[in-house]
Design a protein around this ligand. Structure first.
Ligand code: GTP
Ligand code: MG
Length: 206
């Protein structure tokens, strides 16, 4: 396992560009519907409990939260979209918070889309992935809450997600669960291979 986290710390929360940190390290941001499991995933990959705030009520994360990992990588937890119970005004303001960060942040290396492994990706998910790709990013998709499905149902749903999002060879899709470390390893392998290019972490053939 390549995971070698020495020092993860919450840096700051903000809603507009003046609040963003002045750091230069590469940023990887998580987007997806409210309640899909963005904050839970951050806690899991950092092996922390309640580091990023999680709740049974959707709409928990209303700010952009920056987590500094070893002063090498910034993980960015974004508010979720599509929270039906939010007012029109609230939804509009959240989507401009997300949009401003995604379009203006120079340090942003990759946006990772989270979708619930139990459900067909929504129109919002499809649009989000298109905008990630048109901004020059790769398609990197994580199917969350994999523990809620049988192995067979998960395989079928991953196929359905591939079709719905029109994923191609070379795109990245993997399942994730807070109940297992499988996805944690795949996540960090992805980070070392595509974001940090960390030679030292390559093992015996480095
Ligand atoms: P917003 O901040 O509202 O955008 O939500 P979020 O995407 O950050 O989701 P959050 O991490 O707060 O998780 C929402 C709910 O799903 C919580 O009750 C979590 O405990 C639950 N959850 C998240 N990931 C998993 C998982 O892998 N398995 C299971 N069983 N539950 C999960
Ligand atoms: Mg959250």
């Amino acid at each position: 396992m390549k995971v070698n986290i020495h020092n993860a710390r919450f840096l700051l929360s903000g809603v507009k560009r003046e609040h963003y940190p002045t750091t230069a390290m590469p940023e990887v941001a998580f987007v997806g519907r409210s309640n899909v499991g963005k904050s839970s995933l951050i806690n899991k990959i950092l092996n922390r409990k309640n580091f990023a705030r999680v709740s049974a009520t959707p709409g928990k994360t209303a700010t952009i939260n920056f987590y500094d990992i070893d002063e090498k990588l910034m993980l960015v937890d974004l508010p979720g979209y599509g929270y039906a119970a939010a007012s029109k005004g609230e939804r509009k303001s959240l989507s401009s918070v997300i949009g401003e960060y995604l379009t203006e942040r120079k340090q942003l290396m990759q946006v990772i889309l989270l979708v619930d492994s139990r459900h067909k990706p929504s129109q919002d998910d499809i649009k989000m992935l298109e905008s990630i790709k048109s901004a020059g990013g790769m398609a990197v998709v994580i199917a969350t809450k994999a523990d809620k499905l049988s192995k067979k149902a998960l395989e079928e749903n991953l196929e359905m997600i591939i079709e719905t999002l029109d994923l191609q060879d070379g795109d990245i899709l993997f399942p994730f669960s807070t109940q297992s470390t499988d996805g944690v390893e795949i996540f960090w392998d992805y980070i070392y291979d595509y974001i940090l290019y960390d030679e030292e972490e390559e093992g015996e053939d480095a």
